[in-house]
Write a protein that binds this ligand. Sequence first.
Ligand SMILES: Cc1ncc(COP(=O)(O)O)c(C=O)c1O
Length: 381
Amino acid sequence: MKKDYIFTPGPTPVPHRVSMAQSKMIHHRSADFGELFSRVLEGLKYAFQTKNDIVVFASSGTGGLEAAVANCFSPGDKVAVFSGGKFGERFVEISKFFGLDVIEVAYEWGECANPSDCERVVAENPDLKGVMLTHSETSTGVVNDVEAFGKIVGETQALFVVDTISGLCAAPFKTDEWSVDVAVGGSQKGLMTPPGLAFVSVSEKAWQVVEKAKLPRYYFCFKAARKSFSKTPPQTPYTPAITLLQALDEAIKMIQEEGLEEVWARHALFARATRAGVEALGLELFAKDVSRASVVTSVVSPGDINSGDLVRLLRNRYGIFIAGGQSKLKGKIFRLGHVGYFDRYDIIVQLAAVEFGLKELGYHIELGSGVTAAMRVLHEG
Ligand SMILES: Cc1ncc(COP(=O)(O)O)c(C=O)c1O
């Protein structure tokens, strides 16, 4: 018998009650849907910690990133994109694809973006229209200091656009307090819902720009979404992903029951426990700055072990899904997720699996040493 465990940093495990919530099809032009959608929009405001409007699209997170760019800018607008991993690079790609004039501030993968660079870029470019930052860079494990960036960008005319697809409901994120104009989230990570929904919070400052922005968009149109959403009861311009919204509604209820602060604290504890386990095994953490890292722990594959072999071994032999490295980190690191529906026993199982896998691949470890270190942190937690 082999049981599957999804420990990847997206998609993440879906709680049973969230799966069950999708079992009854309702029509999207019904009162039931109106009630559901109102609750989801309010719940998302809680998740984002905002009073801003939220727009929802039936797409993966990348659709939300594309929507953010397409709705907020005009051809040739100058933007600064701070990137230190695959998803920062995606923000650069989308911005270039739409013909923006992109200042790319690139960091070594594994480093955090430095707010003093933002200060400099903003001062040197008074015509800057946007600053893009990835909250939780899932490819490396770091979580950037969105608050410090927000203090700087908030003083300018530029819009502060943040990808919090893997950070939302995992690492602290305070849209309004941190002056984030446009924040993009996705369903399949901290929100414990299957993939397929993107949500974007849009500030008043951003709406004023959206009114005049000239990049083309059709489905991913903020204005069309807001027009339908503001009806009573709220509607959607096109057929919504009804069952995913039902699932999200239930997941948000779970987050509200636990409390957002507690959800953040749980993620931080599990990250500390995972790091303690990894270090007790004599392994090296890949992220240089783990001060805010609570979503995924990236680990340098030891010796000449290809991390892809470990990932495949755990998946094929034990049904344990961890993530390998992406792009230039392929084969070099593996990533242990602890985002969303995780409890302390998931952390222990995941570390135990890594211990078995590495031992089978010939790496010398004392079985149980990582697990023991993690248990200590969890116990003191
Ligand atoms: C930080 C970040 N941005 C963007 C994405 C892309 O999201 P999706 O695969 O849902 O399009 C991901 C997915 O892993 C992510 O972690």
